[in-house]
Design a protein around this ligand. Structure first.
Ligand code: AHM
Ligand code: MG
Length: 333
């Protein structure tokens, strides 16, 4: 039998490559893995318990919030905030920053989307948690402020996601490759299942909500015509795959190759997805896996954020495929 490596053990082993590492990242990622187990416990029971349906409130983006989103948000804040490792947090479900208890000992900022793609919960389709970790700039954690959260994606010290799908998988990077762990419910551990994930240079899938076609600009429309043309030399036509749950769409394309595009639309001129909670963490992972992530013009990781809930267009996935999509957006093709 091959060796079973838990996520905690893997992070510890990785740290041996960095003599200057303090072990803090191990604790941070263990905290996230623990919170993910709590969220998973509820997600897999979603059809059984009276937790489904709308909570009756709207989130700061003006969208309907389901009860499970709120549950996941509370669990993550409580489970992670208790340990004193984070000086400040930001969640897609909270309008402002969150100051966790015992923050005076924290050196990090955590930004997260507790349950992304939550419109899929009622229909048993994959959802996910996405997270991003920065070292705070303030020398005193008690003075941590929104500017400690508003750092460029290139400053992330760790990022990852958990996909609650046919199995539950946690994927993370600390800037030293991308590693995936599958949850074994019989022992309650995330076990190494995908070491050193690399994404193919190009794939066969494109993922975009074509139902918004009328709202796309000419570049996006021409790109869609192009990707559907018959041209065996370039592997076209590509196949459409779109779940409408970013973590699931991203995870599939990361493993199989392909491109995910959420372009500017007339409804969302700056894109729909959030820079700090969705685009930055996935961009860090994608680049670490050999892929590319841009807003159609700039590298996502170099965007200087001005707001916690800032949105961005997103072109992410296989290097060659993202470049082609960008060229249409830029009018080069
Ligand atoms: P959410 O954070 O409210 O769940 O919205 C984000 C989701 C992503 O998971 C997904 O990629 C996107 O919204 C789908 O949007 P659309 O329905 O416009 O295609
Ligand atoms: Mg989201």
């Amino acid at each position: 039998m091959s060796q079973l490596i838990t996520i905690e053990r893997h992070i510890l082993e990785q740290q041996k490559n960095f003599p200057e590492a303090t072990g803090e990242l191990t604790d941070l990622l263990s905290d996230v893995a623990f919170a993910a187990k709590l969220v998973r416990r509820e997600v897999v029971r979603a059809g059984l318990v009276d937790i489904l349906g709308f909570a009756g409130s709207t989130n700061v983006q003006g969208e309907e919030v389901k009860k499970l989103d709120l549950f996941a948000n509370d669990k993550i804040i409580n489970a992670i905030g208790q340990h004193g490792r984070f000086a400040i947090m930001g969640s897609e479900e909270n309008e402002g920053i969150i100051i966790p208890p015992k923050n005076e000992t924290g050196s990090y900022a955590l930004l997260f989307d507790p349950l992304d793609g939550s419109s899929n919960i009622d229909v048993n389709v994959s959802v996910g948690t996405i997270f991003s970790i920065y070292r705070i700039k303030s020398s005193n954690p008690c003075n941590a402020s929104i500017s400690d959260c508003l750092q460029k994606g290139s400053e992330q010290v760790a990022a990852g996601y958990v996909i609650y799908g046919s199995s539950v998988v946690m994927v993370y990077t600390t800037g030293n490759g991308v590693h995936g762990f599958t949850y074994d419910p019989t022992i309650g551990e995330f076990l190494l299942s995908h070491e050193n994930i690399t994404t193919p240079e190009s794939g066969k899938y494109y993922s975009i909500n074509e139902g918004s076609y009328a709202q796309f600009n000419d570049g996006t429309k021409r790109y869609l015509d192009y990707i559907k043309e018959e041209d065996p030399a370039t592997g076209r036509p590509y196949s459409t795959r779109y779940i409408g749950s970013l973590v699931a769409d991203f995870h599939r394309n990361l493993l199989t190759g392909g491109v995910f595009v959420y372009p500017p639309t007339t409804k969302h001129p700056s894109g729909k997805l959030r820079l700090m909670y969705e685009a930055n963490p996935l961009a860090f992972i994608c680049e670490q896996a050999g892929g590319r992530a841009t807003d159609g013009h700039r590298r996502i990781l170099e965007i200087d954020p001005s707001e916690l809930h800032q949105r961005t267009p997103l072109y992410i996935g296989s290097m060659a495929d993202v470049k082609v999509a960008e060229e249409f957006e830029q009018g080069i093709r």
